[in-house]
Design a protein around this ligand. Structure first.
Ligand SMILES: NC(=O)c1ccc[n+]([C@@H]2O[C@H](COP(=O)([O-])OP(=O)(O)OC[C@H]3O[C@@H](n4cnc5c(N)ncnc54)[C@H](O)[C@@H]3O)[C@@H](O)[C@H]2O)c1
Length: 323
């Protein structure tokens, strides 16, 4: 079993630690909050606890570090862990500037270490089905994709809705389309805390002509976790709020009959839902990371996918600030 150290046992980190405890040998649990740390000490008696990452990095038996600390700490902690020769899984987003992410990718490449950002949705069986529908051409040419990630709360203060929520949809949109946008525009407002946008609308245009949109908000009456893909032949929706019908395919589309050339009509057919396995995305994600660690050095696309996401976030932030 891979020997790992887990860093950050806050709201989300405790989930990562739970799954890591099932899949790997957790050698260390690290958090700067001594109270939290002692609460976890009893649950993982075989693991040592510390508030200092240096203790973890000095342990040569630790192969990989799992980082689930607040976003502004990611780049510095991931950099230290990679430089100490550890493989790194780091929660999304791994850096807050494209230049910082480029630096992490380069260190990982030079040292032959795995750097995997925690883009959880890419391991969701429903999103995987959406990707298959796109890649097999089942939907026809994809024209546009849009994401809705809205709810009332959780209101964050150290990252805005773009960085907290948009990173999920962006990782999926870029993965589905397999290209980087050439135009990005973001508009939003900081209603509650100066400089922290609560509501953000983003528009992305890709070299192929496809377009995408994201509505991101923690000031909304609807809890929505939805991605819609509009193809020329069919349309598909991934809805994470649905218990059973996570993916719905609509056999609908535009149609230009030969006899009335130039006049567009619409076509409606069946609406159906493929079966989506109930596997936990976080487990699939960490299994994937541990598989990459086990495979040893090689070309891994995960770090580069993370770079495209941070690059787009960086450009969207600039647009948001009126740059
Ligand atoms: N994939 C997902 O669906 C998902 C969901 C929620 C959060 N997240 C991500 O998980 C990460 C953590 O989010 P959270 O909500 O758990 O945050 P949190 O603030 O609840 O927890 C962060 C923990 O990190 C600890 N910490 C801070 N600096 C540290 C350091 N230098 N060394 C060791 N420990 C340190 C804090 O004491 C705290 O316990 C963020 O990157 C967030 O974006 C991912």
């Amino acid at each position: 079993m891979t020997r790992v150290a887990h860093v950050g046992v806050g709201g989300w980190g405790k989930n990562v630690l739970r799954v890591a405890g099932e899949l790997a040998d957790v050698a260390w649990v690290c958090d700067t909050d001594a109270g939290l740390l002692s609460a976890f000490a009893g649950r993982y008696p075989q693991a040592r606890t510390t508030g200092a990452l240096d203790d973890v990095l000095a342990d040569d038996t630790v192969e990989a570090v799992l980082l689930a600390t607040p976003v502004p700490t990611h780049h510095a902690l991931a950099k230290r862990a990679l430089e100490a020769g550890k493989h790194v899984f780091v929660e999304k987003p791994p850096a807050m500037r494209a230049s910082e992410m480029e630096e992490l990718v380069e260190i990982a490449r030079a040292r032959g270490r795995v750097l995997m950002p925690g883009h959880l949705l890419l391991y969701h069986p429903g999103v995987r089905t959406l990707k298959e529908l796109v890649d097999t051409g089942d939907l026809g040419d994809v024209l546009c994709v849009y994401g809705n990630r809205q709810n009332l709360g959780v209101i964050r203060s150290n990252e805005n809705a773009l960085w907290s929520l948009g990173v999920h949809d962006l990782s999926v949109i870029l993965w589905l389309l397999g290209e980087e946008p050439d135009t990005v525009v973001a508009h939003g407002r900081d209603f509650l805390q100066p400089g922290v946008e609560d509501v953000v609308f983003c528009y992305l245009r890709f070299p192929s002509g496809k377009v995408a949109h994201m509505h991101l908000s923690w000031l909304d009456p609807h809890k929505m976790r939805k991605i819609t893909v509009v193809g020329r032949e069919k349309m598909a929706v991934f809805d994470d709020m649905e218990l059973e019908r996570k993916v719905t395919v609509y056999e609908k589309g535009p149609w230009e009959p030969a006899e009335t050339y130039g006049e567009w009509r619409t076509r409606t057919g069946d609406i159906w839902s493929p079966k989506i396995p109930n596997d936990e995305p976080l487990r699939l994600e960490l299994e994937h990371f541990l598989r990459l660690v086990g495979d040893g050095p090689g070309e891994h696309r995960e770090a580069l996918d993370g770079l495209t996401v941070v690059r787009a976030l960086d450009r969207l932030s600039e647009s948001l600030r009126g740059g």
